[in-house]
Design a protein around this ligand. Structure first.
Ligand code: FES
Ligand code: FES
Length: 230
């Protein structure tokens, strides 16, 4: 999945200063420019067991170019969500899910585990389903973001949304937006999926109420009967 990251600065144009140099510099900018990479390098030096692994990871990252440092204060960001332009001023640590829910008034994606295990926060980035709780908002800039609000509306439902209604594919409904988005992505990629494909493509979404049979029936209906309930 292609994601636009914040601008990278070639190392030769902006040589990395030592932490001491940065702290001795002027004001908050110097303190804020202490990077996670430097922290990890310090951690690797302090822990012999992890030093080799971290060193390898960092060497790989450095081979691809040093990312620019943003924050820790809020920075201006721009997003394209459901075909509309949005702007927000957010700290770089803010996840896409929190940006959507807390700053952009798009609350369809739900916050349940907040650690990339349940799928309640599923949105599309350039057509691919992702856990919005596991993507930084700053990294989602430049991507076409689709939330459940962009899949359809009560007055103009997407066939998969109508199928969820018709097949009672929800109980408490908390997982439903994520399932709807993941199912829409599934049908975009596999218009007539077999059961194995449905199990695989929706395997990242959990329903604590156990509505899996209803979800599979909904996908079957939206696919035109290309799969069966069970
Ligand atoms: S809230 Fe994102 S995966 Fe659970
Ligand atoms: S309907 Fe309740 S968690 Fe899925």
């Amino acid at each position: 999945m292609a994601q636009t990251r914040y601008p990278k600065t070639p190392r030769e144009e902006q040589p990395e200063a030592s932490p001491a140099e940065r702290i001795d510099g002027a004001g908050t900018k110097a303190r804020g420019s202490f990077s996670r990479r430097q922290f990890l390098r310090g951690s690797a030096a302090a822990g012999a067991a992890s030093a080799g692994l971290l060193s390898g990871i960092l060497d790989d990252a450095e081979a691809q170019g040093e990312p620019g440092v943003a924050g820790p204060g809020a920075v201006d960001m721009a997003f394209k969500i459901n075909g509309k332009a949005y702007v927000a001023t957010l700290e770089p640590r803010v996840t896409l899910l929190d940006a959507l829910r807390n700053h952009l008034d798009l609350t369809g994606a739900k916050k349940v585990c907040d650690r990339g295990t349940c799928g309640a926060c599923t949105v599309l980035l350039n057509g691919d389903p992702v856990y919005a709780c596991s993507v930084l908002a700053i990294e989602a800039q430049g991507a076409d973001i689709t939330t459940v609000e962009g899949i359809g509306s009560p007055a103009n439902m997407h066939p998969i949304q109508q199928a969820f209604v018709d097949n009672d594919a929800q109980q408490c409904g908390f997982c439903t937006p994520g399932f709807v988005v993941a199912s829409a992505a599934l049908l975009n990629r596999h218009p007539n999926p077999d059961q194995d494909t449905v199990h695989r493509e929706l395997g990242g979404n959990l329903c604590r109420c156990g509505t899996y049979a209803g979800v599979r029936a909904a996908v079957a209906q939206a696919a035109g009967g290309g799969t069966t309930n069970g």
